[in-house]
Design a protein around this ligand. Structure first.
Ligand SMILES: Nc1ncnc2c1ncn2[C@@H]1O[C@H](COP(=O)(O)OP(=O)(O)OP(=O)(O)O)[C@@H](O)[C@H]1O
Length: 241
């Protein structure tokens, strides 16, 4: 999918200033940048939760700039959210099934996808737990399972590892790698730079609404402008980001 010359301002303050970004099938693309750089705003615009003031979004060669989020989801675009967005009143299994049903899966297919995703994300021992009371790590894993239940061609992960404990991280990284390996294009927003450098094929760095660097992990690691932008990040987030 492709975003071309995206501009967005809130109350006269420019948040995105001509951003171009492409997520290719089968790659894990990292999107990093200090607090307030515009990452979530860009994800909202890519997915149809917000609209750009200027610019265009293309999904599988089709212009989708004016399509609402649920229409884009049916065209193969899924996302996770920084916080919540689960159906708190439904069980873990029902959350996954509802997501599959929402993009047109049959009840039988939705059940089968739920079985597979419950196992893949280590949630199989508690399918009837209420989604509203899950500990953060399980909530994150359910958010990912819900996104994948739509069988997306592209998935946008907004800080998916926030709230995971150290022990949960390797399996989570494996799950993200597996998505890319299966041909899904993954856009990963994450403050943990070590995770980004380890996982991503390419990385885009956003700072104050502008792409300041783009390239493979080695290129980004050696970029002075990125290091400068990240001095701010270290202050905001501590050494782990
Ligand atoms: N709906 C909105 N109304 C007004 N300002 C907004 C709105 N959404 C975002 N902003 C502002 O736009 C800027 C970019 O925010 P955004 O959440 O996209 O940054 P981010 O890079 O995702 O930051 P973080 O790493 O902290 O999540 C911030 O200054 C934020 O306050």
């Amino acid at each position: 999918m492709r975003a071309v010359d995206i501009h967005r301002a809130f109350e006269g303050i420019a948040v995105l200033q001509g951003v171009n970004l492409e997520v290719r099938p089968g790659e894990v693309l990292g999107l990093i940048g200090p607090n307030g750089a515009g990452k979530t705003t860009l994800v909202n615009i890519l997915t149809g939760f917000d609209g750009p003031d200027r610019g265009a979004i293309w999904l599988n060669g089709r212009g989708v700039t004016r399509l609402r989020a649920h229409r884009r989801a049916r065209l193969g675009l899924a996302r996770t959210f920084q916080h919540g967005h689960l159906f708190a009143g439904l069980t873990v299994r029902e959350n996954i099934e509802a997501s599959a049903l929402g993009v047109g899966a049959s009840p039988r297919a939705a059940r089968a996808r739920a079985d597979e995703l419950l196992a893949r994300f280590g949630l199989a021992d508690q399918p009837t737990a209420s989604a509203g009371v899950l500990p953060p790590g399980q909530e994150r894993r359910l958010g990912m399972a819900r996104a994948l239940a739509t069988e997306p061609r592209y998935v946008l992960l907004d800080e998916p590892a926030a709230g995971l404990n150290e022990a949960e991280v390797p399996a989570f990284e494996d799950a993200i790698r597996a998505m890319g390996a299966s041909g899904t294009g993954v856009l990963l927003i994450e403050h943990n730079v070590a995770m980004i450098l380890a996982l991503c094929d390419r990385i885009v760095v956003l700072d104050q609404g502008v792409v300041i660097a783009e390239g493979d992990p080695a290129t980004i690691r050696g970029d002075d402008q990125v290091a400068a932008a990240y001095l701010g990040l270290a202050t905001d987030h501590g050494p782990r980001g």
